[in-house]
Design a protein around this ligand. Structure first.
Ligand SMILES: [Ca+2]
Length: 170
């Protein structure tokens, strides 16, 4: 299994790169327009890390991230920084961005659904993800609570962490 995934990584690398990181017209924004509001560590294995920040759609943020995570412990091909790996899989929140790159997610709603027969409760989260990468501005896509994590859905086998500085428009 590990070997198969390593091979998949290698093959996709050969197939060429993908765009990752940032989007949109950000040329007019400068770091000096922002105020540092949070410094946190987003562990690769934690999935989404809560920033504790409530955000609104259209707000402008600036992010700076460093550190290295491993997307599959033991796989030499699976290390990356906040810019991620130039790989695309079906198992990532943002399919158009690099696998493992730092992404934001605004959690909009948490719904607890109860099965009418078994009475078993399931928690469903609804969020909107957006690309961050290594450093730069980002426009918040929705109202809600801001979380940060790697652009990957299978995070339980990860290692390492990103150190992230979060700046809000002053
Ligand atoms: Ca993983």
């Amino acid at each position: 299994m590990m070997r198969a995934l390593a091979l998949a990584f290698a093959l996709i690398r050969l197939a060429g790169g993908f765009p990752g990181g940032s989007t949109g017209d950000k040329a007019s924004l400068r770091p000096g327009d922002f105020v540092l509001v949070k410094t946190l560590t987003a562990a690769g294995a934690s999935g989404w890390t809560d920033t504790g920040l409530e955000v609104r759609a259209g707000e402008e943020f600036w992010f700076e991230a460093s550190g290295t995570i491993c997307l599959q412990t033991g796989n030499e091909e699976a290390y990356c920084g906040p810019e991620g790996i130039q790989v695309r899989t079906m198992q990532q929140p943002l399919p158009e961005s690099n696998l493992g790159c730092l992404v934001g997610r605004v959690l909009r709603e948490v719904v607890i659904v109860e099965d009418p027969k078994t009475k078993e409760k399931t928690v469903r989260e609804y969020g909107v993800a957006f690309p961050i990468g290594k450093a730069g501005p980002a426009v918040i896509p929705a109202d809600g609570r801001l979380f940060l994590g790697p652009n990957e859905n299978v995070t339980g086998d990860n290692d390492g962490a990103f150190a992230v500085r979060v700046y809000r428009r002053g």
